[in-house]
Design a protein around this ligand. Structure first.
Ligand SMILES: Nc1ncnc2c1ncn2[C@@H]1O[C@H](COP(=O)(O)OP(=O)(O)OP(=O)(O)O)[C@@H](O)[C@H]1O
Length: 256
């Protein structure tokens, strides 16, 4: 038996769009305090899994429990109280273009708390400094920031309500290697200082190597295998073999 505490439990998940079955019988545990990297070929349903866990998409079958609460059968009120305990960073930050960076970070506070405007503002600026943005970024609009800064702003918004879990959808996609490494370092720092649990969809072998405690490989409509980076080298699946032993893996310092 595993002594670690699973704070996300997915069992028998089935998702489909029309006739297209994305997941069938998918099981996954995410443990408190870990950084889990979710990988898989294009279209294997990494983003759909993330969206099913955070309730943006209703699965056809299965169970999703977060902090022990069955999210699919919970009342709206209970679900909302659990949702306050996580933050989500979508690809490219998914910021509102008509709001300043600070106002973007304030959105979850406006929606979920009755904090005063002054407190919201101060907390938003604190989150923005935590993710390494300079003070003058707060009053800018997303379009005035670089891609890397937008991602940091998206992360600050995900941290707005002091979450216990953050979901990151391809956080380093589109960043140059130096920017990606800096973002990885930021995630590690936040994970260790805040005790966060991180669920991260990624294609980035360097990120997997640098920051993930465990990796879940999506294949055959389910989580084909989970394990450490070292475990991945022996996975008997064509995609996993290609991915973990290919030229990019070798360039990242592992594989054959
Ligand atoms: N809203 C939707 N309607 C119809 N099909 C969808 C929808 N969302 C996702 N899909 C399909 O589900 C499958 C999985 O999509 P998903 O975005 O999760 O893949 P992914 O593993 O994240 O891929 P990538 O690595 O390319 O981002 C794809 O075939 C996609 O076309």
């Amino acid at each position: 038996m595993d002594a670690r505490e699973p704070i996300i439990e997915v069992r028998g998940l089935r998702t489909q769009f029309g006739d297209h079955v994305v997941h069938d019988g998918l099981d996954l545990d995410v443990y408190r305090g870990e950084v889990l990297g979710v990988v898989g070929g294009s279209g294997t349903g990494k983003s759909v899994l993330l969206r099913a866990i955070v309730g943006l998409l209703r699965p056809q079958a299965g169970r999703v429990a977060v902090f022990g609460t069955d999210m699919l059968s919970a009342s709206e009120e209970v679900r909302q109280s659990v949702e306050q305990r996580w933050g989500v960073m979508f690809q490219d930050g998914a910021l509102f273009s008509s709001l300043t960076v600070r106002e973007n970070v304030e959105v979850p506070m406006r929606e979920q708390t009755d904090l005063s405007a002054a407190t919201r503002r101060a907390l938003a600026d604190l989150k923005l400094s935590m993710v390494g943005l300079p003070p003058n970024a707060s009053d800018k609009y997303p379009s005035e920031l670089s891609g890397g800064m937008r991602k940091r702003a998206g992360l600050a918004r995900a941290l707005a309500l002091d979450p216990e879990i953050v979901f990151l959808d391809e956080p380093t996609a589109g960043l140059d290697p130096i920017g990606a490494a800096a973002f990885d370092a930021l995630i590690t720092k936040l994970q260790t200082t805040l005790g966060l649990t991180v669920f991260m969809v990624t294609h980035d072998l360097d990120s997997l190597h640098a920051i993930c405690d465990r990796i879940a490989v999506l294949a055959e409509k389910r989580v084909f295998v989970t394990g450490t980076m070292r475990d991945m080298l022996t996975v008997d699946h064509p995609w996993a073999h290609e991915y973990f032993h290919g030229p990019r893996a070798r360039a990242a310092g592992f594989g054959d």
